[in-house]
Design a protein around this ligand. Structure first.
Ligand code: FAD
Ligand code: NDP
Length: 606
């Protein structure tokens, strides 16, 4: 008697086809797009198998399963090593940009590891690296875990920039600019009937709402790219194995052929009595109520930016400066930023360091009078000349630098070399550590700027090198940056000090100009307080090696000039460029006064 045919479920049929074929094409025999894909594969000698859904009984059911799994209804539906690629256009595109080959290569890797790539840290660098590696076909896992700040603040996926860095900072900067715009408005004829009042609580709610949507967006992106996301803390067991622990204490071991370190940094707090009474930028952006009278300790990016927007919200702000403003930046520009802050009412104590913080409880009488009372913080500080200062504040914000999160995860055990100076990871120009298959990107990388776009660029380039064998390296030269103080300071290239050191004073020409942006003329604000400076090398046809600008929207302006400097623009190139009038940026197309001439660089007209 003949044996009855074994019926195969559509589910099994789909899985079997995917499992057995490196390149699996779900197709229909009459479909011209399916034929185009098969032709492409044949032409490029890529072995494939096609399952013609119109010729099998289970065809419609298999198509439904594919739709449920991939969201794609149509054929061809192409899979490489079991991973969904897409339809005809996607396949042609992936073949053209190398993704298809990368997916084939990735699948031919070692089955001895759970993943091709494990990324530790779900911030700017780690997310960029993991998403790109997965797009190119690698099997990727990313571990991200936020240890609460000493004040108990914690946050979601996305790292520093999204949760406690660039994003909330820029939105608070914008809040403060809006306050300034309100007071300018009356000079332009608006009747602002009541003096504008600001609600800290409302601002924080709006900003935190936006951040939550970004956190969610990152999770969705990881899922769409088939990156395995683990909300868990990772540490090395051996060079290819990580132990991960989630917030419930559940442990898992995972192995990976390559590991990318992207753990970022956390605030460093001075070791002085009472330091625990202060907060850091990790806590500021989600504070449930206004920080009130604030002492900012530190004088770099974070300190000055926070001081700027807090003052813009109308709070009394003091900045305690240990030595200089904005170390590493052009010092003429740094002082200009300081002057702008001082004009807006920020008080500077310099040079000065805090030595003790103490809690001061409100007295009973005060408590009965005030609708809302809180303990204040008495700060004792030491000026450089030996004078002792004592003052009270509602909040002390430590913006005294950041330490890389490289301790306690077994890096030394597996042989990853850390810088003795700052504990950051030492890498070669390909972001490879002293252990061949371990790499690092972002803020933990020694000797490179701590900026989001730098981490993203390095993460993406590294993923391409790891998965496709690409060779392009991240170029860490001519990285633009902006300090988002009320008058923004944007720059790219060398400071005047660094240019003199590199080329010698005799070979440097500095062109500069003070000016008043048109929008500030009617409100009579900041007259001649905006300032631009170009630093050129005489012996290189006046090549521009430094661009500096203190002005409204300096960040937007600087981005474009960064491209020009990268391309080797000379002063003559800028002179030959036609400006856009009336803008801040046009200043750089007619900057003719040299510093050496001593001529007046204040502007007098249009
Ligand atoms: P991060 O974004 O810090 O991400 C690292 C992640 O890894 C974190 O989520 C961390 O919790 C997690 N992690 C650490 N250890 C482990 C572990 N063992 N296991 C699992 N997870 C771990 N840059 C700009 O370009 N522009 C700006 O305007 C700007 N403003 C800033 C303002 C502030 C207040 C601050 C603090 C920074 C600002 N930066 C800005 C810098 C920018 O935020 C960082 O350069 C960037 O976030 C670095 O990205 P990263 O991937 O290296 O690390
Ligand atoms: P920095 O390391 O740049 O500066 C630390 C500041 O704190 C310095 O002014 C330092 O003074 C001071 N300081 C350190 N220790 C003490 C102490 N014990 N007592 C008093 N003062 C002290 O750190 P930031 O935290 O400002 O920024 C970290 C990084 O984050 C930046 O380098 C930047 O790359 C990134 N960032 C980028 C932003 C942007 O792009 N707009 C904005 C914010 C941050 P001294 O000079 O004397 O050492």
């Amino acid at each position: 008697m003949p044996t009855p045919p074994v019926s195969v479920s559509p589910e099994d049929e789909t899985n079997k086809f995917l499992k057995e074929n490196r390149v699996a094409v779900f197709s229909k025999s009459y479909c011209p797009f399916c034929e185009q894909v098969k032709d492409l594969l044949r032409t490029h000698r890529i072995p494939y198998s096609a399952l013609e859904l119109d010729l099998i009984d289970n065809g419609p059911a298999v198509q439904t399963i594919l739709f449920e799994r991939t969201g794609q209804k149509s054929v061809p539906n192409v899979f490489i090593n079991g991973r969904h690629l897409g339809g005809c256009d996607k396949t042609v595109e992936a073949h053209a940009d190398g993704t298809l080959q990368a997916m084939l290569n990735a699948g031919s890797g070692d089955a001895q590891y759970d993943y091709d790539l494990a990324v530790i840290g779900g911030g700017s660098g780690g997310l960029a690296c993991s998403k790109e590696a997965a797009r190119l076909g690698a099997r990727v896992v990313i571990c991200d875990f936020v240890k609460p700040s000493p004040k108990g603040t914690t946050w979601g996926l996305g790292g520093t920039c999204v949760n406690v860095g660039c994003i909330p900072k820029k939105l608070m900067h914008q809040t403060s600019l809006l306050g300034e715009a309100c007071s300018d408005a009356s000079k332009f004829g608006w009747s602002v009937t009541e003096s504008p009042q600001h609600s800290w609580e409302k601002m924080v709610k709006g900003i935190q709402g936006h951040i939550s949507s970004l956190n969610w967006g990152y999770r969705v992106q990881l899922r769409e790219r088939h990156v395995t996301y683990m909300n868990a803390y990772a540490e090395f067991v051996d060079a290819h194995t990580l132990r991960t622990v989630d917030k419930k204490g559940r442990e898992r071991l995972i192995s990976a052929r390559n590991v990318v370190l992207a753990m970022g940094g956390r605030p460093r707090i001075p070791d002085i009595p009472g330091a625990e009474l202060g907060i850091s930028s990790d806590d500021l952006f989600s504070l449930p109520r206004s920080p009130g009278r604030t002492l900012v300790v530190g004088a770099s990016y974070i300190a000055l930016e926070c001081a700027g927007f807090l003052r813009g919200l109308g709070l009394p702000v003091t900045v305690m400066v240990r030595s200089i403003l904005l170390r590493g930046f052009d010092q003429q520009m740094a002082e200009l930023v300081g002057e702008h802050l001082a004009q807006r009412g920020v008080r500077f104590l310099r040079p000065c360091v805090p030595t003790r913080l103490e809690r001061v409880e409100p007295d009973e009488e005060e408590e009965a009078d005030a609708a809302e009372t809180r303990p204040s913080i008495r700060v004792t500080a030491q000026m450089e000349d030996g004078t002792t200062l004592v003052a009270e504040y509602d909040t002390v914000l430590f913006a005294t630098g950041r330490r890389a999160c490289t301790a306690g995860i077994g890096l030394e055990k597996i042989g990853v070399r850390l810088s003795p100076k700052d504990g950051k990871v030492m890498c070669n120009e390909a972001e490879q550590t002293s252990v061949e298959h371990v790499y690092a990107v972002g803020d933990i990388l020694s000797g490179h700027p701590e900026l989001t776009p730098v981490a993203i660029q390095a993460g993406r380039q590294l993923a391409r090198r790891l998965v496709t064998g690409a060779t392009a390296l991240t170029d860490y030269q001519y990285i633009p940056t902006t300090v988002f103080t009320p008058a923004e300071y944007g720059c790219v290239g060398l400071s005047e000090e660094a240019a003199v050191e590199r080329y010698g004073e005799h070979d440097i020409e500095v062109f500069h100009q003070y000016f008043t942006p048109l929008e500030l003329t009617v409100p009579q604000r900041d007259e001649n307080a905006s300032y631009g400076k170009l630093i050129c090398v005489k012996s290189q046809r006046q090549r521009v090696v430094g661009f500096h600008l203190v002005a409204p929207h300096a960040g937007e302006v600087t981005q474009g000039f960064a491209v020009a400097l990268r391309l080797g623009a000379t002063k003559a190139d800028l002179d030959a460029s036609v400006g856009i009038h009336p803008t801040v940026a046009e200043q750089f197309t007619f900057m003719f006064i040299t510093k050496a001439s001593g001529a007046n660089s204040k502007s007098t007209g249009c």
